[in-house]
Design a binder for this molecule. Structure first.
Ligand code: ASP
Length: 436
């Protein structure tokens, strides 16, 4: 069986609902459908979830939220009426509106975006609606109660055959509804896939897969056809946002492939994320994807004849005290450099430098801001001698000065630090030379 999760843009209006139905009906194995709250129909539109958060803010400040409520009602009744459905949105919404007060639980209110959208979708598909409050459970510390959740979803699937589950929320054992962090419907889909040991977890969105590079930098980058979970983690860590971070681990552990698909172009295969890919048989590119992040600071400590390990440990302790995450360490004989996020460090950089000066007593202490990290990720890189040489030459020929270099021990990625002004050039050079 397949689990298909549809994101907000896939259920933004009646037209999108029709596309979802065609997709679901085209494969009888798509027996569990997980639905997000209706999202934006166009860039100026609003997501139901945002409108509901806004309602809560109004309630908090004692301002009427009836206009926003009205907008929400129109969105939902619009979909219902255009699709000829019967669900009594008005009755449920007005009961909800009457129950609202300053003390209303924000989580319950916000979860209604998924709830109502899923009710409509269940009727439209002719699937049974199974409330997430009855099959997704949280522990008191806010973590997911996996065992209990898997049992409940598997039981619902067994009992009803074809079901729609709203994403993004569940229940704490006190009975209170709790939402996940934003984008959490991805997690619900993953939980459902594990619960029924699905053949694949399909995550339907509005792009034909994970792109090989940021489309704001590279014109029309190609989607990645196949990627391993390990590569995806590297890319996501370096800034490529695709899925909710917590949605990956459950399916990864269970060995269930995850397929990112485009609701607007169901003919496209999208990106398949799998545990491992047979190297011999794949004729894919050398680099799977490129990602990057701006605004890092390099702090260099230099001292003649230094006891490197002692001094490094002291420096790391100072970084730790200032909660400055160390992204990379470059070691030299009489120097080392630590790369950290400039935004994470903020104003405390001055104090941190002062403390490094006191603790390490270096000959030279330097701070360079405005650094970007660019990562080339690819499972094929470890097995090709000369990989890094080729990448560095291409960057050098384009006039990009490399400030730091890091290669993970698994050689799955090569990360270079360049000046912020070279960030886009570096990404384009790597894409044009090795990925596109
Ligand atoms: N509707 C929620 C959000 O906008 C959750 C989701 O779409 O996954 O974040």
């Amino acid at each position: 069986m397949k689990v298909a999760k549809f994101g907000g843009s896939s259920v933004a209006g009646a037209g999108q609902f029709r596309k979802v139905k065609a997709i679901v009906e085209s494969d009888p194995e798509r027996r569990i459908v997980v639905i997000s709250a209706a999202g934006k129909r166009d860039p100026d539109d609003h997501k139901l979830t945002d409108l509901l958060y806004l309602c809560h803010a109004h309630l908090n400040y004692g301002v009427s939220c009836s206009d926003i409520f009205h907008t929400i009602q129109q969105r939902l009744t619009g979909i219902r009426d255009e699709l000829g459905l019967k669900y009594d949105v008005e009755a449920e919404l007005s009961a909800l509106e009457k129950s609202l007060s300053k003390d209303s639980q924000v989580d319950f209110l916000v979860s209604r975006g998924e709830y109502f959208t899923s009710r409509l979708m269940a009727e439209f598909l002719g699937y049974t609606f199974v409330d997430a409050a009855d099959c997704v459970f949280f522990n008191f510390d806010g973590s997911i109660d996996f065992e209990h959740t898997y049992e409940a979803i598997a039981a619902a699937s067994e009992q009803y055959g074809r079901i729609v589950i709203p994403g993004f929320y569940g229940k704490v054992s006190t009975g209170r509804v709790k939402v996940m962090t934003r984008g959490g419907s991805d997690i619900t889909g993953s939980l459902a896939a594990v619960a029924v040991n699905a053949e694949v977890y399909e995550n339907w969105t509005d792009v034909s897969g994970i792109l090989m590079a940021d489309p704001r930098i590279v014109a029309n980058p190609e989607p990645i056809k196949k990627i391993t979970y390990a590569e995806l983690r590297e890319l996501a860590f370096m800034g490529a946002t695709v899925l909710h971070e917590e949605s990956v681990q459950p399916v990864r552990e269970k060995g269930i492939p995850l397929n990112i698909r485009n609701t607007n172009r169901p003919q496209d295969p999208g990106t398949m994320i799998v545990g491992s890919i047979d190297r011999e048989n794949s004729d894919e590119r050398f680099i799977t994807g490129i990602a990057g992040r701006r605004n890092f600071t390099i702090i260099t400590v230099q001292k003649h004849d230094m006891n490197t390990s002692l001094m490094l440990r002291q420096a790391l302790e100072v970084f730790d005290r200032y909660h400055a995450p160390v992204e990379h360490i470059a070691l030299g004989l009489d120097s080392f450099a630590l790369v950290t996020s400039s935004t994470g460090l903020g104003e405390s950089v001055y104090q941190l430098m002062g403390e490094l000066q006191k603790t390490c007593r270096p000959d030279k202490l330097e701070q360079q801001d405005g650094i970007s990290l660019v990562a080339a990720v690819g499972r094929k890189m470890p097995f090709r001698p000369g990989t890094s040489g080729k990448l560095f030459r291409a960057l050098g020929e384009a006039g990009v000065n490399i400030r730091t270099i890091a290669q993970g021990a698994d050689e799955l990625s090569i990360i270079v630090g360049v000046s912020n002004s070279d960030y886009e050039t570096a990404i384009r050079v790597l894409y044009d030379g090795f990925a596109g």
